[in-house]
Design a binder for this molecule. Structure first.
Ligand code: MG
Length: 400
């Protein structure tokens, strides 16, 4: 079967000739807005057209319908029929006859779907179509319906509102739509069973078997103002989650004789330097951890193992650049970095602009995104005793 034939095999029919009196609105419920000025029937038709294979939706309205042309003009995928009857069955029969006259040689699958079920999931409709085809091939059913298993306890009450009977919910289903049958089957069964409230009842009354396919419970028929609020809530655009990530980094290194003091990618004159496997730049290490953390890419020890001779005496600016490239490849850019350096000595404030410049250069960002705040720790702790220094960095990343 070629693609064109495949497409033509499924049409959807939306009977929309009712007025929906339980909604308490002057406007027929299918024309009430659901989202962004879009009406319920537009959302319903869009859901159907999202299903692969459904290329055309027939919308059946009453002869005096004043709304449909404004919201759903005829198009390549929507054909409006002014074929509404007094009952749903009459509307379905009238419309399919009109369609069959226009396309007499075809006997496509028809998915009849309520205009007031805009929350139907395209995936559920695909499952329904699959089931109908399988049952047709097996010869054990002529169509299928979407339905929801009954999960509540079910009882029958008498006219006075007194419970009289427990009804087993075992194998009970709440029947929804779409309901899928061959066009000729519907043309034969629906007019012959005018009392049927849905297509499956008419088809079963005609002596055929119909399969049931479970669907998402959200596939409700919007009937009351509460249902309408539920549907609007489901269609409401979700507030965009800001594409922001925060990261934190910490590091410390011992101060020892005979090493250069390298911090923020800058060599600073001092009697002692920071001890470590690499150049021991505690500020760049904390910054590297912060950006890796924000992008959830692990940490500096995973990226650059300190037992790897490749990083012996390594320039930490090169390590930061590599980590930053991985973060950039994940799609993140820097909003800002705020750094604290705790060191009793040397005095770092005069070197802050040089460190900002160097870090900005490594990251490829403007220097004013990098804040560095030296602290002495008031001679307290290992930093105060000049045994070592510590650093803390917070970064904010954004997409882009
Ligand atoms: Mg370190």
């Amino acid at each position: 079967m070629d693609k064109q034939q495949q497409k033509q095999r499924f049409i959807a029919l939306v009977p929309a000739a009712g007025v929906g009196s339980r909604m308490g609105s002057d406007t027929p419920k299918q024309y009430l807005p659901l989202v962004g000025g879009k009406t319920m029937i537009e959302c319903t038709v869009e859901a159907l057209l999202r299903v692969p294979g459904i290329e055309r939706v027939l919308v059946a309205v009453s002869l005096d319908d004043e709304y449909i042309r404004k919201v759903l003009p005829d198009s390549a995928s929507v054909t409006v029929f002014f074929t509404g009857g007094k009952t749903r069955g009459e509307t379905v029969g009238n419309t399919l006859r009109a369609y069959a006259e226009a396309f007499p040689e075809q006997n496509p699958w028809v998915l009849v779907h309520d205009a007031a079920r805009p929350l139907v999931q395209p995936g559920d409709i695909e499952a329904l179509i699959d089931a109908a085809q399988k049952h047709e091939n097996a010869g054990d059913a002529v169509g299928a319906v979407l339905a929801m298993p009954v999960s509540d306890t079910v009882k029958r009450a008498d006219e006075e509102g007194m419970l009289t009977e427990d009804v087993s919910r075992d194998r009970l289903w709440r029947i929804a739509t779409p309901q899928i049958f061959r066009l000729e089957k519907l043309l034969q069964a629906v007019p012959a069973n005018p009392q049927a409230t849905d297509e499956s009842s008419a088809v079963r009354a005609a002596g055929d078997r119909v399969a049931v396919v479970s669907c998402a419970p959200a596939n409700i028929k919007v009937t009351t103002p509460g249902d309408l609020a539920f549907a609007r809530e489901r269609f409401a655009p979700r507030p965009a989650v800001p594409a922001l990530r925060v990261g934190i980094g910490y590091d410390s290194h011992r101060l020892v004789e005979g090493r250069p003091f390298i911090l923020g990618g800058v060599e600073i004159p001092h009697m002692r330097g920071l001890d470590g496997h690499s150049d021991a730049d505690a500020l760049l290490h904390a910054l590297t951890d912060a950006v890796l953390g924000a992008a959830n890419l692990g940490n500096i020890g995973i990226f650059f193992p300190d037992n790897d001779p490749a990083y012996q005496g390594a320039d930490s600016a090169v390590l930061l650049a590599k980590a930053w490239q991985a973060v950039r490849e994940k799609g993140w850019g820097l909003v800002n970095a705020d750094c604290v350096v705790v060191a009793q000595k040397p005095k770092l404030n005069p070197h802050v602009p040089a460190m900002q410049q160097r870090i900005a250069q490594v990251l490829g960002v403007p220097p004013d995104l990098i804040s560095i705040k030296p602290k002495t720790n008031e001679k307290l702790g290992f930093e105060g005793r000049e045994e070592g220094i510590s650093t803390q960095v917070v970064v904010l990343l954004q997409r882009g």
